[in-house]
Ligand binder design. Structure first.
Ligand SMILES: [Zn+2]
Length: 128
């Protein structure tokens, strides 16, 4: 990052504009036994079936799993990576934004010390 925050911010905007499609969630690569007696997956050492690819994510608090082919999983891997880059970029933009907007706010006069309306004061609580 440079010493010029607005330049850093523009750089992040550029990064953001280059991010294509994205997905969230986790890609799993699994090997599994089938349970058939005498199958190689039951031998010692076991030769498990697979790989099987699964994309899991949370939808309304529930884990949803989708099976994928190897080719589909390869695409999804890229989209998930793009999603992570998106999150990183937005988080960094938020950090820089907070600093920059703090500076802008401090260039203006602050609010008057006391609110004149006693009704509003009475409503105040520790949370607000
Ligand atoms: Zn088997």
């Amino acid at each position: 990052m440079s010493s010029d925050p607005s330049r850093d911010y523009r750089q992040l905007q550029l990064t953001l504009s280059r991010i294509g499609y994205f997905r969230r969630g986790t890609l799993l690569k699994r090997f599994m036994p089938c349970g058939k007696p005498g199958c190689a997956c039951q031998a010692t050492p076991p030769r498990l079936h697979g790989p099987y690819y699964q994309w899991t994510r949370k939808v309304d608090g529930k884990t949803v799993t989708v099976r994928l082919s190897a080719e589909q999983a390869e695409l999804l891997e890229g989209w998930i990576a793009a999603g992570r880059e998106l999150d990183r970029t937005v988080a960094e933009m938020e950090r820089l934004s907070l600093r920059a907007t703090d500076r802008l706010l401090k260039q203006l006069p602050p609010p008057k010390r006391k609110a004149p309306d006693p009704r509003r004061r009475a409503k105040q609580n520790p949370g607000g």
